[in-house]
Design a protein around this ligand. Structure first.
Ligand code: 13P
Ligand code: SF4
Length: 311
């Protein structure tokens, strides 16, 4: 393995490449990457890097987003099959039909969408900035929020805005809603609970924490938000409600703390498709390129630029 890692590092230098990895990638990929982060952080890295070749160790919509905002760089993904169930939950045709029902509404799409959806979108959001972006939209405007119903419900609860929400969900996070929070709280009474807003339980957690129990130990964060919370927290016990890949990074940041996944079954098989062998092959042969046509990218870029101007 170390031989292959050395080859990857050599190739990366020769080709002026950068390796970007999402927080859910396997530990070996996270350790070899130049940057590990959430959807927003990786998009920003794609824009600011001086590298000519971006190797995206994540899922397809993330590589597509990099191609949209960094059109002069070559973006490759080590496995083209690395998709996303949430991004697949709405088609551009379905969105166009939905827009016809609400012609005056503002369309807000989560970054977990295809380029075609982004091209039909007014504002793109990520889990770390959805509330801020929605709050920046004039209050008299109705909002069509897609595709994640749990993130949508969470944003509605926080902002109190008039929103129609698409009935989409991530197959991994949706199931976290079926896991008993109460059981975990009994097992770890002193732990802080960090919950991703895509989780089936995030909106009910919000209700519980803010309205019912005023429970200070439940926090809703994007994956990078969780990393930042742990970095600045003086606590040493955390229950993590998101994909388990993030635990590797959390343990590296705070080796003295204990981290418990709310559900060990929270594994995204798409994220795990990227292996060191595939990464080597991708770099060596500069495949598989993810290229969004300039016509589509120009439309899709607007929604991302509007988001980046707010956050
Ligand atoms: P983050 O933007 O919080 O990293 O989430 C991306 C994602 O795909 C969550 O499943
Ligand atoms: Fe998509 Fe869910 Fe995997 Fe995130 S965890 S990439 S939302 S399928």
């Amino acid at each position: 393995m170390s031989d292959m890692i050395n080859k990857i590092l050599k190739l990366k230098k020769e080709k002026n490449a950068v390796i970007l990895a999402h927080n859910y990638q396997i530990p070996e990929i996270q350790d070899i990457a130049d940057f590990v982060g959430d959807s927003l952080g990786l998009s920003q890295q794609a824009v600011s890097t001086n590298a000519e070749l971006i190797v995206f160790c994540g899922v397809h919509f993330m590589a597509e987003t990099a191609s949209i905002i960094a059109p002069n760089k070559k973006v490759i993904i080590p496995d083209l099959e690395a998709g996303c169930s949430l991004a697949a939950s709405i088609t551009a045709e379905q969105l166009r039909e939905w827009k016809k029902e609400y012609p005056d509404a503002v369309v807000v799409s989560y970054i977990n969408t295809t380029a075609e959806i982004k091209a039909e979108t007014d504002y793109c959001v990520t889990s770390s900035n959805a509330v801020k972006v929605v709050e920046a939209i004039p209050r008299n405007k109705k909002i069509l929020f897609l595709p994640d119903k749990f993130l949508g419900q969470y944003v509605t609860l926080v902002t109190g805005r008039d929103m129609e929400i698409w009935n989409g969900a991530c197959h991994v996070h949706e199931k976290i809603g079926e896991v008993s929070f109460k059981e975990s709280q009994d097992q770890h009474p002193n732990a802080e609970f960090l919950v991703h807003p895509e989780c089936g339980c995030s909106s009910s957690c919000m209700l519980k924490s803010k309205l019912y129990f005023d429970c200070k130990s439940i926090h809703i964060y994007s994956t990078e938000g969780m990393i930042n919370y742990v970095k600045s927290s003086d606590k040493d016990e955390f229950v993590i409600a998101t994909e388990v890949g993030i635990l590797h990074r959390l343990k590296k940041i705070k080796p003295s703390a204990a981290f418990y996944p709310l559900s060990e079954k929270s594994v995204c098989e798409y994220m795990k498709m990227i292996t060191v062998e595939k990464l080597y092959d991708a770099l060596l042969n500069e495949k598989f390129e993810v290229k969004v046509s300039e016509e589509l990218a120009a439309k899709a870029r607007l929604s991302i630029e509007r988001m980046l101007a707010i956050v």
